[in-house]
Design a protein around this ligand. Structure first.
Ligand code: MN
Ligand code: MN
Length: 296
């Protein structure tokens, strides 16, 4: 791997770690999650990076894809299971990292299970080794702790400007015949739950991404599309960012852009049986024989 490229992957990882830890430090009972998201976004740009995607702040039975809306009123409560999933972009070289905490309390067994699953899984990362080695370890650690892994969420390859490159890494064994790449970045993200271990899409949408150039009728629609392409490339962005910049009407316009195929939506993901969910995630650079956790 070229040195310049490697340095950017490492820097994206360093920023990802910093903003994750900063988010954790702010998560206290009574704090609005909108404030935490904004602080994370501010810190990201202060560090000379862009967000790889909006800070995901998902609480309790929400597994992923919640970022605060414009005017969000959600406050953290003592005992909430808060997942902070963040990432940075350095010229399109990305990081993707997450941690879970119990608001105002110390780590509980549910969080520990996902954290330990991630640590054990990382030990299995060897260039060219079966992806299933990772999946089996994740499932084992989480089941041994008395919880269920979420079977339809998992890790993935990470490419330049491509947050979910091919190479799905399941959180249960026996579902991948792939090999770990020999050059590039992967993200591993075990999810543990007290529920059945399956997420479904809720109807709520707070995160979108550019998909394809399509003819757009309205001036506002064209302005939003141009802005999104220039500012975020094909990386996910928050509905809140658009509403804050283009006003309340833009929310309807985004719907139109999705219908026309210009944009795609990421529905908020909820554990189907109502289980609590924990998640930990690291990005890992594989460069020849070297394996480096960039977000540790
Ligand atoms: Mn993530
Ligand atoms: Mn990820």
């Amino acid at each position: 791997m070229e040195k310049d490229e490697r340095d950017k992957w490492l820097e994206a990882g360093r920023v990802g770690k910093e903003i994750r830890e900063y988010g954790i430090s702010l998560a206290k009972p009574g704090v609005p999650i909108l404030d935490i998201a904004r602080e994370i976004e501010k810190k990201t740009s202060e560090m000379g990076a862009k967000t790889a995607f909006p800070p995901n702040l998902s609480i309790n039975t929400i597994a992923a894809h919640y970022t605060p809306k414009a005017g969000d009123t959600i406050l953290l409560s003592k005992g909430d299971i808060l997942k902070i999933d963040v990432g940075a972009s350095i010229d399109g070289y990305l990081s993707d990292t997450a941690a879970t905490l119990v608001v105002g309390e110390s780590e509980n067994p549910l969080c520990r299970a996902a954290r330990e699953a991630l640590e054990k899984a990382i030990e299995q990362v060897k260039p060219g080794a079966p992806i299933d080695n990772i999946s089996r370890v994740i499932e084992q650690v989480i089941r041994d702790a008395g919880f269920s892994p979420i079977s339809n969420l998992g890790g993935h390859g990470v490419g330049k400007y491509d947050l979910h490159e091919s190479g799905f890494i399941p959180n249960i064994g026996g579902h991948s015949s792939g090999m770990i790449k020999r050059d590039g970045v992967i993200a591993i993200e075990p999810f543990a739950t007290t529920g059945n271990g399956y997420v479904t899409e809720s109807s709520e949408i707070q995160i979108l991404a550019f998909k394809d150039d399509k003819p757009v009728r309205s001036k506002l629609g064209r302005d939003i599309l141009e802005f999104v392409k220039k500012e975020y490339n094909e990386l996910p962005f928050a509905k809140r960012w658009i509403v804050e910049k283009f006003g309340k009407l833009s929310e309807l316009e985004l719907k139109t852009l999705v219908r026309s195929g210009a944009m795609m939506e990421f529905n908020v993901l909820r554990e189907e049986s109502g289980g609590l969910v924990s998640q930990f995630e690291h990005s890992i650079l594989i460069d020849g024989d070297e394996v480096i956790v960039t977000t540790r």
